[in-house]
Structure formats: C-alpha cells, structure tokens
Design a binder for this molecule. Structure first.
Ligand code: ZN
Length: 60
C-alpha cells in the first residue's frame, strides 16, 4: 500500500484530468491545462472550488 493517496478528478473549468497527489483540504492546485487555481474543498468525494483570485501582488 502506498502512503500517499492519489486522487483523480476533473478540472471544473476545462474538464481536464487532474491528479491530486497527497492533497489536503484547503490546498490550492493549479490546472495544467487552463491554469486556473482550484481549492480542494473536500476529499471524499473530491470537491474543488475556484480559488480566490490573487491578481494583486502587493510588492515583491
Ligand atoms: Zn482546467
């Protein structure tokens, strides 16, 4: 058995397959296809939501 659980789900924006390896609730993942940032809302079942946009970069 593997320690890390790999979950697969689909991007809620473009439908691309996403693998969530060792993901935890609250983690932000980025879709490799469309680049949208998704927040892991739940793991069982996997539920994703759009992450809050962080377009404003305060300095740095
Ligand atoms: Zn996508």
């Amino acid at each position: 058995m593997t320690a890390a659980t790999t979950l697969t789900t689909a991007c809620i924006e473009c439908g691309a397959d996403l693998e969530l390896e060792g993901a935890v609730v609250g983690e932000i993942v980025q879709c490799p296809e469309c680049g949208v940032e998704l927040e892991v809302l739940s793991l069982s079942p996997v539920e994703l939501g759009l992450a809050p946009a962080e377009e404003e970069d305060w300095g740095e």
